[in-house]
Design a binder for this molecule. Sequence first.
Ligand code: SF4
Length: 484
Amino acid sequence: MDDLHFCGDFNNQISIDEKRLIPHIKRFIECAVGAPEFYAAVHENTAGCASLLQARGILGVDPVQVAALMPEIVSELPLLKKVPAAELEDKPQALLWQRYADTIARYRVTWRQLREKTPSNLFNAWRQRQINRCQSQLSKETNQNIVHGTIAFELSKGCSMGCSFCGVAAEPLQEVFMYTGENAGLWQDILNVAVDRLGATVGTGTCYWATEPSDNPDYLKFVEDFGKATGVYPQTTTAAPMRNLDWTRKLLRFRKQHSTAMDRFSILSANVLNRVHETFSAEDLALTVLDMQHSASSVRLRAQSGRNRNATGSPQLELAQDHTIACLTGYRVNMADRSVLLISPCPPSNSWPLGYRVYAAGNFSCAAELDDFIGETIKKCMPGQVSSGDILAFRRDLDFIALPEEGFQLQSKYRLHKMTGSPHLAQLGRLIARGNLTFWSVIEELMVQHKDVLAIMSSIQKLFDQGLLEDGLSDESDLRGGKK
Ligand code: SF4
């Protein structure tokens, strides 16, 4: 296996043999997750499945060791068991995989932290407000997977795949933004605008959204420019790894040259998994995560947004009720039709069936117009505080609970927010809960009894910063108490 840019010291701590082994352990786990007959065979006769492993191109893996990480119930895959290192002393291969997975998880956290701030304080505060709101409205598991990237580019209009479960309801493919001289110039200017406005955070972006990267034959040329402008060669997910093998091989080679991220293949069936494994070696796929969209656990946890919005039939789907695949708190820029949206994740709802809120929409014909759009939306959509004429109300999905003398609590489906410790809080909570008073009338009412206006304003700012105040974008059907 090539050294992984993101594995840092881990690369130096393991032997060449261990480096060679990791892609094969990875393939073993892929088979266990994505090929039910493989999992059943390993489960039934773990020590006697050598020929099965060989047939899948898995070399050097001791199934007894790695199977120690498998859950007993197949529907719990791909979540491997976290086993204490002390219990894996006699299973060095399982330990190696666990260390490798931990290294990647740590890298992701550090990588995101380095790219959290844009040059705009208003944008940063707005993004943090959206993150706080998401932590209140979405489950811990969903939040862990949301990067809150600040920009995503689409290099075609629509998607050729037409997946029945598409969480963003991608339209059919209509247009591809090719790397012509004129388009390349526009693209490079747009990247410069993005970096000027959003700084290092652009590196967390992608060059796809509701699009399939392989629909664009020039995709890697755009990604190359993105890498030069940001220093990050962004992650690619393709749901069509077998459609154009030449394109896929170029993607795999490109990633080996620029190992700043791992790419993903969305695997739509066990048959596709078999073909991918037959076509590409474990080493070829060392930097490619295979995302088993067809596995029982993926189906169970699929976001109920987009074309999957009305999926019914399994009580387990309840688990995914508030899940969203939207991971952008920023600008979605389509280069083919030159449209731009300012969006942020939210639970799928009647108002927001795609699992994200739309704060602003626009069009651009050149990089300067995109720059204007970003500048204007920062001014209009990202106020630093509540204005005196704004109506103060709690988010509609919050349940207000008065704590007489002490203050109040706001209960969302996932979080309890407590405001206590100052004498004005109990009355402040009651006034905001009325939902029809302006900021200034709330202040005036409170000042009859409480003279510390700065403390009152600071409490309102805190509620605002935590994303607990209604900003006019809640779903119409949201009721207090988190019921929908
Ligand atoms: S899930 Fe992805 S590949 Fe499938 S239709 Fe939607 S955008 Fe296209």
